[in-house]
Design a protein around this ligand. Sequence first.
Ligand code: EPZ
Length: 430
Amino acid sequence: MEKIVVNGGAPLNGVIEVSGMKNAALAIILGSLITEDKCIIENLPAINDVSTSLEILRQMGLGIRMINKNTVEIDSSGAIGGSSPADLVRKMRASYYLMGAELGRYGKAYVAYPGGCDFGVRPIDQHIKGFEALGASVTLEEGGFVKISAENGLKGANIYFDVNTVGGTINIILAAVKAPGLTVIENAAREPHVVDLANFLNACGAKISGAGTDTIKIKGVEKLHGCTYAIIPDMIEAGTYMIAAAATKGTLKITNVIPKHLESISAKLEEMGVTVEEYDDYVIVSRHDKLNRVNIKTLPYPGFPTDMQPQMCVLLCLAEGISYLSESVFDNRFRYVEELKRMGASIKVDGKTAIIEGGKSLHAAPVRAVDLRAGVAMVLAGLAISGRTEIEEISHIERGYDDIVGKLRSVGADIKKVFVPDTVYFERAN
Ligand code: EPZ
C-alpha cells in the first residue's frame, strides 16, 4: 500500500500545468471502439483510469500503441465485441461507455455492470431508457452483466432524459451515431466533456449538432473513420489547484486551461475574497486576506461542479463564519466529512446540505481517501494545516490526478508518497 504524507502550512507559489480531462479522455478512449479504424488521441492525462481503459480495449483485441506518455494510437479494427474483461470494467464507472459503443458498432452489447466512486445509488435507468428508445432490448444477466440487443437494428428516436445525466447523454450519443435516421436528445447534459466527445466523433465523420446545449441532434451515418484528436484540459484538476492556492494563501499560475469552463469556480472563489486573474489559456489565483463564508449548491454544468464539492468544503472550513454547501447531483457525497472532522472541522451534514462552521483551527491527522475527489480534498486540507497529515487509500486519487505529488512539490509543497508494507497497513486497519 502507499500513502501520501503532507507537512502543510506553507503557501504554494509557482506554475502548475493542467493535464487532459479525465472524464473526456475516458469517453473518447472507450468511444473510439465504434470507429473500426485507427485513432490518435493526444493530451491524455497519465492516470490509472486511462491505463485501465486502454487495458480493457487491449484485452478486447484493439491495437494499443503508446506514442508517448500522453499520446496513444488505438486501432479498433480487430475488436471483439462483448469481450471486455469484467474485473477491469468493474473498477470504474466510465466502463459503461462500452455499452453505447458496442451497441453503436455491432447492434448489441455485453458488458459487466460498472463500478466507480460510491456516492449512494448510481442507477443507469436513463441509459436503458435511451437504448430502448433506439430499438434495443436491455436485460440484466446473471453475474452482474448487462446484455443489450437490437434484433431489428437501431433507428433514430426522440429521447427525453428525466434527469440531467452526463453518462447517459454520452452513452446515447455513442449508440445513436450510426443509427439510421435522426436522434434528438432533450434535457441533455451540457458538460464540456460531452462537447469533447461529440467533437471527437464528428472528426471521425459523425453528424452531431447541439452538443453543449440541452438539445443534441444526431444524424446516423454508415461508417466512421479514424482521426487525430486532442483532449480538452481538465477543469476539475484546474479548480482543485485554484483551491490549493486559496487554501495555502499562495499564488499559483495554472496553465493549459479554458477559463470559460472555470467560470462557476472562479466566481465562487472571488466571492470568498480570492483573486482570480483570467488570461487566454491560464489563470493566476492568489489569496492574501481572510476568506469570506459563502453558500454553494452543486449543479450540472454550467453550475458549480459536484466534482469540486469536497475540495470547496475544505476551503469553507478555513473561511470565517457559517457556510452552507448543498449537493444536488448525487445522493450521498459527504462521506469524506467524517475524515475532515478528525482534523477538527466543525461540519454538520443535514440531508443533502453540509453546514460548515469555518474558522475553527484544524490540526493534522491521519485520514483516508474515501473516493477520488474526497481524497484530493484531504490533500488540500493537509496543505493548509501545519503539521504532518497522512492520507491512506490513495489509489482513489491516482485514478484521476496526473502526478499530483510532483505538481504540488514543484510549487513548494512538502508532500511525498510513502510505501506502507501491507502488514503494517492491516495492523492499523484492525
Ligand atoms: C459523471 O458521472 C462523472 N464521471 C462524475 O465524475 C461526475 O460527478 C458526474 O458525471 C456529474 O458531473 C465520469 O464522467 C466518468 P450522471 P455519471 O449520470 O455519468 C443520476 C469524478 O470525480 N442518474 O451525470 O455517473 C445519478 O444517480 C466523477 O470524476 C440517474 O438517476 O453522472 C446522479 O444522481 C465522480 N439515472 C445524477 O443522475 C441514470 O440513468 C448525475 O449522474 C443516470 C444518472
